[in-house]
Design a protein around this ligand. Structure first.
Ligand SMILES: [Cu+2]
Length: 430
């Protein structure tokens, strides 16, 4: 996954956000992962991606079904495990597509926010959290309440994407003279790269391969009849993985919305300065990424050694190897087959004695390296003696190597970022 994401699955089985048209049998389950093996068709597009700076690791979502939270009843709350924050989650669904937007809610949790539930007694939200790897929060655990204090805040509570701009619906009325200046709002867009890699840099949506964000001009802003919705005319809007909309509804009243633009409704005409525009709609950015060839570095351990002793090692559940200790005689030629029956990719690398911590930390830093996938997530280090490729779910890879001639305890690990702390073991050379 290029970034944290929220995917939508309808309870009636209808599949949303399908890039590939109808599935061959018309009813297969939605699939959001990287296609491999015989799954050649593009996966479904997530409802929305979340910028890494906002939520590097997601917790869960909660339907707001409490009357005490009246103004936002019927919406959803999204929790971030990594950032210990909460967001209001809005949805825009039409034509078999759905896209989401999150709005940061104030306050922070003491630990990585995981699960929330509305308490029927006081109608408020209670959140439990814990820490582990990859959270910026401070405490080992937390149990905290998010209370609606009865204020009437100004908040975005809905949105709809058109080819020529975005309608944003607010809780309270907005005044035309307070929103009319296009320069008081800000819109930027960027894409992620959808690939076999874990995480993606942020790329320009206009210039292929260039890193960075694109600022989009706002041509006009109009308050719509009813007084609570405004339309931001953005003529060069295109499907993008991430759009950041900063809407100002008054002095010191700015609202950040982070959304994905998966699908656009036809041009909106219901505002005074409407002008028809002629533009070519770009394809969804994921389609371009799926067409990109993947070039991998050749693994030096692929070369067969005659009379090598076969050894089979498997990935187990919960980021473990099925064997945490393997014993082999010094100098033995080995044919190691690493099998991955797990649902996430893994690999195996053998290290020099005493280097597990050092190499493990290098592995975790690979998360920000766009070339890491092509190098099988193997950091460049002279402490690595042999390694398998990253093995996709339900696949395997066989390598050949010679057991070191020096007896000792040689650690092995999975170098996929975040796995090594538990996914390790030791080769005892006798
Ligand atoms: Cu792993």
């Amino acid at each position: 996954m290029p970034a944290s994401m929220i995917a939508a699955i309808r309870p009636d089985g209808a599949i949303l956000n399908r890039l590939a048209g109808k599935s061959p049998d018309g009813r297969s389950l939605p699939f959001f992962g990287r296609p491999g093996g015989n799954l050649q068709q593009p996966p479904e597009v997530p409802m929305l991606y979340l910028p890494r700076g906002l939520d590097n690791s997601s917790g869960g979502q909660i339907h707001v079904d409490s009357d005490r939270w009246g103004p936002v009843k019927g919406k959803m709350v999204h929790l971030s495990f990594g950032a210990g924050r909460a967001f209001l989650l809005l949805r825009d669904e039409f034509d078999g597509w759905i896209q989401g937007a999150v709005i940061p809610i104030g306050g922070e949790f003491a630990s990585g926010a995981h699960r929330g539930k509305f308490n029927p007694h006081d109608g408020q939200l209670y959140v439990s959290g814990m820490a582990g790897w990859g959270t910026y929060t401070t405490d080992d655990g937390c149990f905290q309440r998010v209370r609606y204090n009865g204020d009437k805040p100004q908040l975005p509570v809905g949105f709809h994407v058109h080819e020529n701009g975005i309608r944003v619906d607010f809780l309270q009325p907005v005044k035309q003279d307070e929103v009319a200046d296009p320069d008081s709002h800000f819109v930027q867009a960027w894409n992620y790269r959808y690939s076999g890699a874990y995480g993606s840099p942020e790329y320009s949506s206009r210039q292929l391969g260039l890193r960075g964000h694109d600022v989009l001009d706002v041509q006009s802003v109009s308050v719509l009849p009813g007084g609570k919705s405004l339309f931001l005319e953005i003529r060069n809007l295109q499907p993008v993985n991430q759009l950041h909309l900063l809407v100002a509804t008054g002095r010191e009243q700015e609202h950040d919305l982070f959304m994905s633009i998966n699908h656009m409704d036809e041009a909106f005409r219901g505002f005074p300065s409407y002008q028809p525009i002629d533009k070519i709609l770009l394809p969804h950015p994921m389609l371009a990424d799926l067409a990109r060839p993947v070039v991998s570095k050749r693994n030096p351990n692929n070369k067969a050694i005659a009379d090598a002793k076969p050894v089979i090692l498997k990935a187990a559940k919960n980021l473990m190897f099925d064997q945490t200790e393997i014993r082999l005689p010094a100098g033995q030629a080995v044919k190691l087959t690493f099998q991955n029956p797990d649902s996430v990719p893994h690999n195996w690398a053998l290290l020099k004695p005493g280097t597990l911590q050092k190499v493990g930390e290098q592995c975790n830093r690979l998360i920000s390296d766009p070339q890491a996938a092509a190098q099988h997530y193997i950091p460049s280090s002279s402490d690595i003696l042999a390694y398998t490729n990253v093995v996709e779910p339900y696949a395997e890879h066989t390598i050949y190597f010679r057991v070191p001639s020096e007896p000792g305890r040689y650690p092995y690990l999975c170098t996929f970022p975040g796995h090594w702390m538990v996914m390790n073991g030791v080769l005892v050379v006798e």
